[in-house]
Design a protein around this ligand. Structure first.
Ligand SMILES: [Zn+2]
Ligand SMILES: [Zn+2]
Length: 441
C-alpha cells in the first residue's frame, strides 16, 4: 500500500515538472520564501486542543509552573529533543537540530497563570488554587498562556518529525513568570537570559505569539518597531513633619505636597517630552497617608506606573519624575524620595524581520486576516529577548467570529474565553516561521 502511494507521488511529481509549474514556483518566490504551507493533521490539532484543556484545568502561578514544565519536558524528551530544565526556576528549553546546517530559530511560549477566579462555563474551567502574597487564591489561565504552551508543544511535535528535512536548528523556549515573579523573587525572560538561556544556544531570531481577545479568531496583528510599552513602577515617599491639623504652620504638610507632586507630574507627558516621537503614560495608583482628620501626618506614600514606547523617552521621564517630585517637595520644605523599579522594556519588533516574514503570514492566514496592530500600553517580557536578537511578536485573535472582539472579555478577565479554532492557526504559524526563516533571512 505504502509503495503504491510513493509510486503515485513520483508519478505526480514528474507530471507537474512542467514550465507552468516552474513559473508558479518563480512567482511564488516573489512573495513567499517557501511555496507551500505546512499544515498540521487533524489528529495533531486534536492533541493540541487536549493539551490546552489539560493545562487550562491545571493553571499555576508565576515561578510555580511545576506540573506544566513537567508536562512540557516529558513531551520534548519523547520527541528526542535536547532538553534543559529548571532554568529560571521552572523554565524548559528544547533544541531540535535539523539534518542540514543553518540558522537557529527560537520559538517562545510563556507558561504562567493569574490569581483570577474563573467565571466561564467551559467544561474544563479551572478550580485550582495557589498561594499569592501569603494568601490562598483561585488561579486561572486568564491570559491564555495555556494556548501558547499547547501550540508550541504541537509545533515541536510537527517539526521533530521533519528533522531529516530541516535546515538549521529550532529552539523551543517555555518560559515561566511572564506575569511577574512573586515579591522578592526574580523570574521570567530576564532570569532565563541571566541563567544562560542564550549560552545553551544563541538564536538568530526569536518569535512569539500572544493570544488576544480584541482580535477575531485566526486574525493576526503585527507591527514593525515598537508594539508593546515598557512598564516601570515608581514609588514616591513625601516626607513632611507631623503637626495638629488646626496648626499647619507648626509642621510641614506632606498631603498638600503630595497633591502638588501628583499635579506637577501631569506636565511631564503633556509639556516636557516630545510626544510626536512616541506616546507615554504616567499614572498614579496608590496615595496613602494620614490616620485622623485633625492630624497632619509625617509622610505620604505614592505609587504609580510609567509606560513608554521609546527607550530614550523612558529614561527622560525617569529623570523628570525624580526632579519634579524632589523640587516640588523642596519648595515647601518637605523631602521626596523617589524610587523607580525598572520593569519590562519596550517590546520592539525588528522591522526587517517583520518584512521578511510577512509573506509567510500572508500565506498562512491570508492578507485579509492580517492587520497592523495598534500600539499596546500593556507590557511583555518577550522584550528582553528582543533586546538581544532580532525578534517578532504578534497577536493572535481568539474571539469567535460571531462576537465583537472589542467588547469580548479581555485578557485577565475572569470571563476570558479563547476559541480553540485559533490553536491550529497559531501552531501552523510557529511551524511555518521556523521552516521559512532560513530562506527568508
Ligand atoms: Zn497577562
Ligand atoms: Zn500574557
Amino acid at each position: 500500500m505504502k509503495l503504491t502511494i510513493i509510486g503515485l507521488t513520483v508519478l505526480l511529481a514528474s507530471f507537474i515538472t512542467t514550465d507552468s509549474y516552474a513559473e508558479s514556483v518563480n512567482n511564488a518566490a516573489d512573495t513567499a520564501p517557501s511555496a507551500h504551507n505546512a499544515t498540521i493533521s487533524e489528529a495533531l490539532e486534536q492533541r493540541v486542543i487536549e493539551w490546552r484543556r489539560d493545562l487550562h484545568q491545571h493553571p499555576e502561578l508565576s515561578n510555580r509552573e511545576f506540573r506544566t514544565s513537567g508536562v512540557v519536558a516529558e513531551h520534548l524528551r519523547s520527541l528526542g529533543l535536547e532538553v534543559t530544565t529548571d532554568i529560571a526556576h521552572t523554565g524548559v528549553v528544547g533544541i531540535l537540530r535539523g539534518a542540514h546546517p543553518g540558522p537557529t530559530v527560537a520559538l517562545r511560549a510563556d507558561m504562567d497563570a493569574l490569581p483570577v477566579k474563573e467565571m466561564t462555563d467551559v467544561p474544563f474551567a479551572s478550580v485550582a488554587t495557589g498561594e499569592y502574597r501569603g494568601r490562598e487564591v483561585p488561579v486561572m489561565h486568564a491570559c491564555g498562556h495555556d494556548l501558547h504552551v499547547a501550540m508550541l508543544m504541537g509545533a515541536a511535535e510537527y517539526l521533530a518529525r521533519k528533522q531529516a528535512e530541516l535546515t538549521g536548528n529550532i529552539m523551543f523556549i517555555f518560559q515561566p513568570a511572564e506575569e511577574g515573579a512573586p515579591e522578592g523573587e526574580e523570574g521570567g525572560a530576564e532570569l532565563m537570559l541571566k541563567e544562560g538561556l542564550f549560552a545553551i544556544e544563541k538564536p538568530d531570531a526569536v518569535f512569539g505569539i500572544h493570544v488576544w481577545s480584541a482580535g477575531t479568531t485566526g486574525h493576526i496583528g503585527y507591527r514593525k518597531g515598537p508594539l508593546m510599552a515598557s512598564s516601570d513602577r515608581f514609588e514616591i515617599r513625601v516626607l513632611g513633619e507631623q503637626t495638629h491639623g488646626s496648626r499647619p504652620w507648626g509642621g510641614i504638610d506632606p498631603i498638600v505636597v503630595a497633591s502638588q507632586i501628583i499635579n506637577n507630574v501631569q506636565t511631564i507627558v503633556s509639556r516636557q517630552v516630545n510626544i510626536t516621537k512616541a506616546p507615554a503614560v504616567v499614572s498614579f495608583g496608590i496615595v496613602e497617608g494620614g490616620v485622623r482628620n485633625n492630624i497632619i501626618p509625617d509622610e505620604v506614600y505614592l505609587e504609580g506606573t510609567i509606560r513608554n514606547f521609546d527607550m530614550g523617552i523612558r529614561s527622560e521621564i525617569f529623570e523628570k519624575l525624580t526632579t519634579t517630585a524632589e523640587m516640588t517637595a523642596a519648595a515647601s520644605g518637605a523631602r521626596a524620595e523617589v524610587f523607580i523599579d525598572e520593569g519590562y522594556p519596550v517590546t520592539v519588533n525588528n522591522p526587517d524581520l517583520v518584512t521578511r516574514m510577512m509573506p509567510t503570514m500572508e500565506r498562512i492566514i491570508g492578507s485579509e486576516n492580517l492587520y497592523e496592530a495598534d500600539l499596546v500600553t500593556g507590557a511583555e517580557d518577550f522584550s528582553f529577548y528582543a533586546l538581544e536578537v532580532p525578534s517578532m511578536f504578534v497577536f493572535l485573535g481568539i474571539t469567535p467570529p460571531d462576537q465583537n472582539p472589542l467588547t469580548a472579555p479581555s485578557n485577565h478577565s475572569p470571563y476570558f474565553y479563547a476559541d480553540e479554532a485559533s490553536l491550529r492557526v497559531g501552531t501552523e504559524l510557529l511551524i511555518n516561521w521556523a521552516l521559512d526563516y532560513p530562506a527568508a533571512r
